[in-house]
Design a protein around this ligand. Sequence first.
Ligand code: GLV
Ligand code: MN
Ligand code: MN
Ligand code: MN
Length: 403
Amino acid sequence: MKVNGPRLRADLEALAQIGRNSDGGIDRTALSAEDAAARTWYESRCQEAGLEVRCDKWANMVAGAAHSWDGAAVWTGSHLDTVPDGGALDGALGVVAALECVRRITEEHLELAHPVQAVVFADEEGNYSHLFGSYGLVHGYSDRQLAAMTGREGDALTDALRDFSWRTGEPFDPGRIRHFVELHIEQGPILEQRDIPIGVVTSIVGLGGAEVVFTGRADHAGTTPMTMRRDPGRAAGAFLTRLADIAASIGDDAVITCGRFSFQPGASNVVPDAANLALDFRAPTSDQVEALTRALSTAAHECASAHDVGCAVHLDQPVSPVELDAEVRDIIRAAAVRNVLPTMDIPSGAGHDSQNMSRIAPTGMIFVPSHAGRSHSRFEHTDPELLENGATVLLETLVSLAR
Ligand code: GLV
Ligand code: MN
Ligand code: MN
Ligand code: MN
């Protein structure tokens, strides 16, 4: 059984128009007007297919046939939100392919023991909190946790959720989810380099995040002698130059990124009084993520004292690495073999909602190649045939799991 390739492609193209910016990238950050528009589009596509869409209080949405809401279901899906100036496939592929699979199952009138439902998780990309929706579904949030979350623009999550022009509803029962499978682009170069169309994901990296704030004293840029300054920019600069060595000291697969950096008050003729750095760090084991956390914190404080400024490190809740389910991996491999598609086992260095879902249900992920390994960029691309292959392997995997 195969997916409808032209329909899959047309859906991806339609979705890629929502939030497209003048440079050709996609701005559909979580809980934005563009995110709401994508959901409206998605819901209408679901309704055209005769599916019902329900939402929970974390802004996740699930589509299923009217009779599919009782008893255990097989879930598949991904996310509609993008990073700023993101690409057309990260998240979108898994969402559109999930809908396509549910449509094909409906069209074929397949008699399955369990319904297959398509989920869209909220804020996978961490506009407010990385993997927000799936974490909420699996663990829930306390009011205190929610109140502490702010967006990249500094706005409160609770305000954004309240103002989001998309409805929210009752929580989904995590106990109803029998299996979860996510199709995603690899976002790295390996599958393309080896000319392998299907990656069977073995594990997902552990993730940490932190905001580092160096604080000093605002002064006049022209009149304050260099020796009299308490300039947090110098500490921040020294700290940034140490990140590569810190990652290397923890392990070959450890990575650290500072993706956002700002000075306050932010004028070229003012010695800044604060420097803020947003860090993302990842490694294959929890011990390594902890070691990165300690090493980064120590380095930040050393840089601060060397430049006579203050320093605070605010850590995000880490996300543990996970192994994906061995049986689901076998089922994915078997589906690929039936379609004469070579596979390879591959770990994921990107975070995914599957990471949270694997806490409550046997979970698998299917990767398709990313051209030149590009992702989190407007240059994300995968040939349509490869996208279709991945969606067909997803479809057959879901059918095997739901029988
Ligand atoms: C999300 O895509 C992440 O891995 O940062
Ligand atoms: Mn993604
Ligand atoms: Mn992403
Ligand atoms: Mn991700």
